[in-house]
Design a protein around this ligand. Structure first.
Ligand SMILES: [Zn+2]
Ligand SMILES: [Zn+2]
Length: 165
């Protein structure tokens, strides 16, 4: 998503509204365990602040990812704050700044970076999801399997028995 900033680059304090709704195609190559919905929504502003362009706003996005315990697909919606800086040249005092060229700021990369940072590392469908039985794979949220947990304990004891011989 490219924004023409020629109206504000020469004027300290000048700003433009930046609104974007749609897909972020560049995001799909990052994490294929997460399925993003093409309904990203960004509302923000780019302001000339001492020659640097500051992007700030709110980003809404939605995705589907499998519960790490029971593998059920879980839909999640997130709202995050985005605050990034663009410079026309690399500045050692602003190493995190994105570089823009030809009075055009591309906000896709910073939006993608913020989404990746904000993604939860572990998705669970519910705090008390019981997950799958490690032995037979049954979904323990819906049924109890006949696997005897003591068998698992027993096999550990066997190892200990050998250890103490
Ligand atoms: Zn689950
Ligand atoms: Zn089982």
């Amino acid at each position: 998503m490219r924004v023409n900033v020629s109206d504000i680059v020469k004027t300290e304090g000048a700003g433009i509204d930046v609104n974007y709704s749609g897909d972020l195609p560049g995001l799909h190559e990052f994490d294929n365990s997460v399925e993003f919905k093409p309904s990203f929504d960004f509302t923000g502003r780019i302001v000339n602040f001492g020659g640097l362009l500051k992007l700030s706003g709110k980003l809404h996005f939605e995705f589907v990812a499998d519960c790490i315990r029971c593998l059920k697909p879980v839909e999640t919606a997130m709202d995050i704050e985005v605050n990034e800086v663009f410079g026309e040249v690399f500045d050692p005092d602003e190493v995190d700044a994105y570089i823009y060229e030809g009075n055009v700021v591309d906000i896709e990369k910073p939006l993608i970076d913020n989404i990746i940072l904000a993604l939860p590392t572990k998705i669970i469908c519910s705090e008390d999801c019981k997950g799958l039985c490690k032995n037979c794979g049954a979904n323990l949220n819906f049924k109890n399997c006949n696997c005897d947990e003591s068998e698992i304990v027993d096999s550990r004891m066997e190892i200990l028995k050998d250890f103490f011989k």
